[in-house]
Design a protein around this ligand. Sequence first.
Ligand code: NDP
Ligand code: OXD
Length: 310
Amino acid sequence: MVNVLFSALSKRWAEYEAPLRAALTKAGLDARLATEFAPEEVDYIVYAPNGPVSDFAPFTKLKAVLSLWAGVETMVDNPTLTVPLCRMVDHGLTESMVEWVTGHVLRYHLGIDQNILGQDGVWRAGTVAPLARDRKVCVLGLGALGAACAQALAQLNFDVHGWARGPKDVDGVTCHHGADGLADALRDATMVALLLPDTPATENVLNAEGMALMKRGGFVVNPGRGPLVDDTALIAALDSGQLAHATLDVFRIEPLPAGHVFWSHPKVTVTPHIAAETKATTASDVIAENIRRGEAGEPFIHIVDRAAGY
Ligand code: NDP
Ligand code: OXD
């Protein structure tokens, strides 16, 4: 019998309880799943950082922490978390990120804001978009989410360049890597989408220098994490016209504080960290598979490299 503690926002339990129970049964596990256990009885924690657990020390027989989130920056430095930490890679989450990124890139590419006429009976001149093949789009981060987004944009015929830490091979995408590859990825890009994790190495990865390499009048779409973009440089680039607009889903402080310049800036679109969410049915299978692996003595999947921070 394995004891699985579900530790996330209480409203998530209603979403996850049935699919998780079904997935654990389907994986052939004899499991007890609950939102409360005596800590010393718990084998696995299904975990979100905004749930009740932050000190893992009392969980003396814990075998792994299974994150419901893809981004683990709030977990990697927790000194009480000494067992394997697995992040969420869920095809439901990936599909929604592809839809969100593609939607926002197409908003800019097609000039949707400019070309939708007001309901005032005035026929104003519009602009016809160039073909996607004539626009360079750069995706920073080619992991589970970035690679899928880059591929979807390539299928729409954009000239897609991607960037990762190590060498990558993604269908239809020109891949760059390492510190030396960043400038080539960004140079002349009309659009940049950020899908990197928040680590010490990625802070302000899109800075004034990088924005200056982009095509004048370019666009930034950030569903990754707030610290990836140098906010001061972004505002300066928007004010100077180097960038035309930014869509930001994530921020250094969330919720974005009232009065923050992003709320009132005419060239910024703010969305409330909704680009993509883990989906209970698909994510439950991933969690159950990791518990099955743990019990069978097989290596966990999607294990976090704590030193790299993702
Ligand atoms: P992955 O870990 O699968 O991919 C991360 C990518 O970033 C990899 O390609 C990795 O390179 C690259 N990378 C990491 N560090 C560096 C570096 N220093 N220089 C260059 N490239 C680097 O993550 P996911 O794709 O699953 O998720 C990406 C991020 O998306 C999450 O960390 C989270 O912050 C965010 N997110 C946001 C959501 C939202 O709703 N807004 C929802 C879900 C996730 P390599 O492949 O070489 O290791
Ligand atoms: C995640 C997120 O990391 O929702 O999963 O941002």
